[in-house]
Design a protein around this ligand. Structure first.
Ligand code: ADP
Ligand code: MG
Length: 688
């Protein structure tokens, strides 16, 4: 052990003798020996020692080295889950939570939901009496802090994938640092694939005011330990394109086909940006492979993105049959949070979908943007897991060297902060700007968030949560605008309807994907379409689904995604329970759509826009910010272009599109939020 007191860094040399010790010790036959071959296994003793002796341990190790699946098991084996305590491991992504939990349950040979469980929003697969290892999203752990501010049931909390720097991870790190001061026995593990370990370490040791608890028999060291797990990655040869590519979907497909044609066996992992371009690539791949029959045989092409149904996810992780080659086309979820076996070739488009927020226009967009060098290296690393591999970058070397930024921007600094602020307020953290952030959020974004929350009636003049609205809104695990909509439905007598709408809005889409069936899909939508817009249309859809007896055939016939509808029912049930807990009277307005629309407006007034007078192409301008926006083609109001609408969210492709729009009367806006609109020009009744 080498210690460096000043830097607070502890380096560990793995003890080589432990590497091949008895394979029967854990009682897992073949999985047991698989576990011992993972790079972290050599560090098992070191990790347990550091966790025992340090309040915080930072573990850096390459993707696939076994951090997520093994460390919680080591902790359990060492007794950290004894006496009813729980070991938590957080992930930024829901899909990763489910996937690693089921892997660990399998490794331990237990039923998922018993000793090993997981919790994601709207889905709790744990048994409080039995669960020892719990995987959960960092967002869910934040919610748990509201009910149990010191997280007393956990003995160790492992904040995984910390390099992703999601908003929730950052808030969590700030809060855990506080909690740790009150609970010296709590252990933290911060783990990640690439981290500036120094800055994390600095973050956790700067608490000058701290005084140790006198009556505690053993005080762990405050200086974080840093352990670097050496991977066993193989060399990856990098190939760049010579000329910049104009269409990366097309370039992806050509690259995959030429790998398949010319390279020896080994699976291919492709990084694209989202479901739309993944689907497009799969379709194109099918067409081109079909056209050149010679090379098409033996390819198994699979998508991977977070909203993928469970059964399709499992396909991605199942072993590739002999003589076949698997091609997994993924979002950046496969960059670090999931490990795929057998990948030898990586195709990197150089892009991912990233959230960007402009506090001036108050517009948040998920846009396709260039990745950082750190991401590009991670992606390439995926090719060297089983043997030396190759990575094909669909950008030039010149671009990589000179133009790509070296690290990504933390989500905190490029997102809307409304949810973040309300959560901190609910946790009693009033001085938000003074909060101990790993990376400070931009003050303009903070101010915007405070302004919206104030207009929603969630915060008062002193920026404290209002009672009851603010406290209630904070209890609902949804965007505060949705929470406000639900709370307003109570007075308006339409809570049943609004909860249905809220449930459907939290699903990506209830329709099947439109590729190849666009016309049929449009006709199906027309059967439910309401003149008032998408929100009211959802009510018709939901009613139809119930009347069909929740039939999958009915969904199929109406181009509706049955899995999504089942999920809606589940979420709705959860929201009903939350509403009851908050004292909301569950009541249907029996077709009084005006009440429903007013409730939606009460939450979403900030997303109002008006059709430009004399606009021939359906151009709207947002009321706040005067941004140019259009109704999304998937909306029932597409081409109808009513004068005033409010929308649920914006997506930007070639333009800014409003997804899920509803017609309103502009007078409802000032009624719902007088403060928010007071400085605006009054709606001009003669325009248009
Ligand atoms: P890390 O967190 O360091 O990236 P993991 O603990 O996720 O690593 O993965 C360690 C190993 O466990 C992987 O290399 C893989 O062999 C195996 N593994 C992880 N998840 C799965 C899964 N869902 N199915 C099969 N094997 C898995
Ligand atoms: Mg991991």
């Amino acid at each position: 052990i080498l210690e460096d007191e000043e830097g607070g860094v502890v380096f560990f040399a793995p003890s080589l003798s432990s590497a091949s010790s008895s394979s029967s010790r854990f009682g897992y036959a073949s999985i047991g020996s698989q576990r011992q071959r993972l790079p972290v296994y050599k560090y098992r003793t070191a990790i347990l020692y550091l966790v025992e002796t340090h309040a915080t341990t930072i573990i850096v190790g390459e993707t696939g080295s076994g951090k997520t699946t093994q460390i919680p098991q080591y902790l359990k084996e060492a007794g950290w889950a004894d006496g009813g305590r729980v070991i938590a491991c957080t992930q930024p992504r829901r899909l990763a939570v489910q996937s690693v939990a089921s892997r660990v349950a399998e490794e331990m040979d237990v039923k998922l939901g018993e000793e090993v469980g997981y919790t994601i929003r709207f889905e709790d697969v744990t048994n409080p009496a039995a669960t020892m290892i719990k995987f959960l999203t960092d967002g869910v752990l934040l919610r748990e802090i509201m009910d149990d501010p010191l997280l007393t049931k956990y003995s160790v909390i492992m904040v995984d994938e910390a390099h992703e720097r999601s908003i929730s991870t950052d808030i969590l790190l700030g809060l855990l640092k506080k909690i740790q001061r009150r609970r010296p026995e709590l252990r933290l593990i911060i783990s990640s694939a690439t981290i500036e370990a120094k800055s994390m370490s600095d973050f956790f040791q700067t608490s000058k005011k701290h005084r140790g608890p006198e009556d505690h028999e053993f005080v762990p060291r405050k200086v974080p330990a840093v352990l670097s797990v050496e991977g066993r990655g193989f060399n990856v040869q990098i190939h760049y394109v010579v000329e910049p590519v104009s269409d990366y979907v097309q370039a992806t497909v050509s690259t995959v086909l030429s790998i398949h044609d010319q390279e020896p066996a080994g699976d291919i992992l492709v990084f694209l940006t989202g479901q739309d371009d993944i689907d497009a690539a799969i379709q194109l791949l099918a067409e081109e492979a079909h056209a050149s029959r010679k090379i098409s045989s033996g390819l198994i092409v699979l998508p991977l993105y977070s909203s993928l149904p469970r059964a399709e996810q499992d396909l991605v992780f199942s072993p590739t049959p002999r003589g076949k080659r698997k091609v997994v086309i993924s979002t950046n979820i496969a960059e670090t949070s999931l490990t795929l076996e057998g990948v030898v070739y990586v195709v990197d488009s150089g892009f991912s979908k990233q959230q960007f927020y402009n506090p001036i226009s108050d517009i948040e967009n998920l846009v396709v943007a260039p990745i950082s060098k750190a991401s590009a290296r991670q992606r390439a690393g995926r090719a060297g897991r089983v043997r030396p591999g190759k990575c094909y970058r669909l950008y030039t070397e010149e671009y990589f060297v000179n133009e790509m930024s070296s690290v990504g921007i933390p989500e905190m600094q490029r997102s809307k902060l409304v949810s973040c602020v309300i959560q901190l307020k609910a946790l009693g953290i009033d001085n938000i700007l003074g909060f101990d952030w790993p990376a400070s959020p931009p003050p303009e974004a903070m101010i915007r968030a405070l302004e919206v929350l104030y207009s929603l009636g969630v915060l008062d003049d002193d920026a404290k949560l209002t009672s009851p609205v603010g406290f209630q809104a904070a209890e609902i695990p949804l965007d505060p605008m949705i929470s406000k909509m639900i709370l307003s439905s109570n007075q308006l007598g339409c809570s049943e309807e609004i909860i249905t709408i809220a449930a459907i809005l939290s699903i990506q889409s209830i329709w099947v994907s439109g590729k190849g069936v666009q016309k049929e899909l449009d006709e199906a939508k027309l059967r439910f379409a309401a003149a008032e817009g998408d929100h009211v249309t959802f009510l018709n859809v939901y009613k139809g689904f119930l009347q069909s007896g929740k039939s999958s055939q009915w969904c199929h016939k109406n181009y509706m995604n049955y899995q999504a509808m089942k999920k809606v029912i589940e979420i709705r049930e959860q929201l009903r329970r939350t509403a009851l807990r908050l004292g909301i009277v569950l009541r249907s307005c029996e077709g009084d759509i005006l009440a429903v629309r007013k409730a939606v407006t009460a939450g979403f007034f900030a997303n109002a826009s008006r059709l430009e007078a004399f606009s021939h192409n359906g151009m709207y301008k947002t009321v706040r910010g005067s941004q140019e926006v259009y109704i999304h083609p998937s909306s029932v109001l597409f081409r109808v272009n009513p004068k005033w609408v409010i929308y649920h969210s914006l997506v930007s492709t070639d333009r800014q599109y409003m997804r899920n729009a509803m017609t309103i009367d502009p007078s409802w806006l000032t009624e719902a939020a007088p403060h928010f609109f007071q400085n605006l020009r009054r709606p001009d009744p003669i325009a248009h």
